[in-house]
Design a protein around this ligand. Sequence first.
Ligand code: FES
Ligand code: FES
Length: 164
Amino acid sequence: MSLSTTLTINGITRTIELDDPRITLLDLLRERLHLTGAKKGCDRGQCGACTVIVDGRRINSCLALAVSHDGADVLTIEGVAQGERLHPVQEAFIAHDGLQCGFCTPGQIMSAIGLIQEGQAGDDPERVREAMSGNLCRCGAYRGITEAVLEAQALHAASRKEVA
Ligand code: FES
Ligand code: FES
């Protein structure tokens, strides 16, 4: 049986033939499209290293079947910078040392972008920690991660006020 799925990934629409209908979105991104920013940590929905944003919502791509997201809009870590200009969340992670080995970082950043878009970050560190609790960091860089998310959220809120 030959199947295909059409996805818009980081603004580029492509139709991909699938040999196996069971392929996950994570494996499609990494193995077929060579977008290796999303990481395979646990492969069972427990670490968040594979987080990407699909149709505006952050998901664990290791648990998502590619075929079931036919027509979706997918944003991965490779698509968040504008050319040489980093995304404000990326800049905040650097400024606050929100990483050590970097393995969890793409997932942390995608999750942070997602939660800021969801408007649930606020300025409460506890809420940020709760909203980021699906993203584990073995290096324990949580303090910097929380500070980075708070700063990026504050910048986002300020830019929205300017526009209003
Ligand atoms: S690799 Fe997907 S949640 Fe761990
Ligand atoms: S920075 Fe190493 S796992 Fe998070």
